[in-house]
Write a protein that binds this ligand. Sequence first.
Ligand code: HEM
Length: 480
Amino acid sequence: MDPYKFRPSSAFNSPFWTTNSGAPVWNNNNSLTVGERGPILLEDYHLIEKIAQFDRERIPERVVHARGASAKGFFEVTHDITHLTCADFLRGPGVQTPVIVRFSTVIHERGSPETLRDPGNFDLVGNNFPVFFIRDGMKFPDMVHALKPNPVSHIQENWRILDFFSHHPESLHMFTFLFDDIGIPADYRHMDGSGVNTYTLVNKAGKTHYVKFHWKPTCGVKSLLEDEAVVVGGTNHSHATKDLYDSIAAGNYPEWKLYIQTIDPDHEDRFDFDPLDVTKTWPKTSCPSSRWPSGLEQEHRQFFAENEQLAFCPAIIVPGIYYSDDKLLQTRIFSYADTQRHRLGPNYLLLPPNAPKSAHHNNHHEGFMNFMHRDEEVNYFPSRYDPVRHAEQYPIPSRVLTGRREKTVIKKENNFKQPGERYRSWAPDRQERFIRRWIEALSDQRVTHEIRSIWISYWSQCDKSLGQKLATRLNVKPSM
Ligand code: HEM
């Protein structure tokens, strides 16, 4: 008998109704009762199993990025970058790799509107903005608590957000994206994507380059202004998921082109910022930018299996791509798999949407919900009975690491220059909308005079005229 034939791959591989163990169910409408009117007998195993399974249908939602939708497609290499990396899936133009992508908002819960202004959205575990609020993972849980609803009222409140970030001026650059016109994407198809963190490309000879990944949608970027968001969100609070589903169903497949920016680590001191600081963008002119793989045809699948059970992780890399010392990335390397062991169980990588598509072997087995078939007697390493060897070594960054143990901020914080430059690059009407959003946020009754003046000082340090306008309109003097 083929042991795989009856694997639980589909609920519909039996022509008749059964229990989970395969016993025939002859009545799926009526409980087993004493007489016609009851009571119900506890021995109605099918009823108990059905209700118990129902009771457990919800798995914990993601602590962040709970609201989202996913789609499948492929990734095709268009440019030869083998001088930069020995990654097999980038071995040459034309090579295709199947991918699954999830798009999400960041802060609000699974059923929340998709029109909320929110820092997030593009997944391959990146964002729709190229920078982030904080550069040290130590601050992440507090940041999320401040952005999430107030634990008492369960309402997201500006005073808590502005209070928290008033201690962290490295967030200013991110706020020039969040409070800009692009703060509410029109839908998931019309969004840029950015890996944000710095990774390292390693070629066959071991030469490294820092790299940032950027996705550009071929259908362009579209956003909603506040009035439009109210209408769209008021009409359908799942508008972005619907748009993705409908366009794929109509054969109008979304497509992104992936670009890279690289910096030779030998040149990392040439900048007035730290290239591993996620609150900074790398200037286009000083970094060779290569147009790179394109492609993505998409197709929709069952929501629970291929959205809720998906587990993305910035730590999952392949030979030819390595991490960098970017402090935020270093924390993310631990956090994702850790939360997924809790959210989906320790064997979450055996779930079909997450399982490796290549052959894999190790002795990390057993634990809750292990459904891998194994019949080896040797589950330890090394063994003279088991021929499995170490994989071939591949190059990783070889730089010598030195330094004292310390808990400190990086040297080149430079928190004000890039946000100021970004603000000055906008047309006056776009600057005006940015100012209006800040006035509204800072006018929250619970924002204290101290917090208000700190923010005005911060924006003054980015751009004098911006700070001046905020101070005049809010009738506040900068305090720092
Ligand atoms: C130290 C900083 C960070 C920590 C500790 C962190 C932690 C987490 C956690 C625990 C999840 C839930 C994962 C799951 O349940 O499967 C998550 C999801 C996510 N994070 Fe982060 N995060 C950090 C920074 C970032 C940054 C900088 C970005 C963007 C560049 C980002 C993008 C995402 C995305 C897109 C998801 C959703 C993944 C999905 O669709 O399953 N995060 N993050």
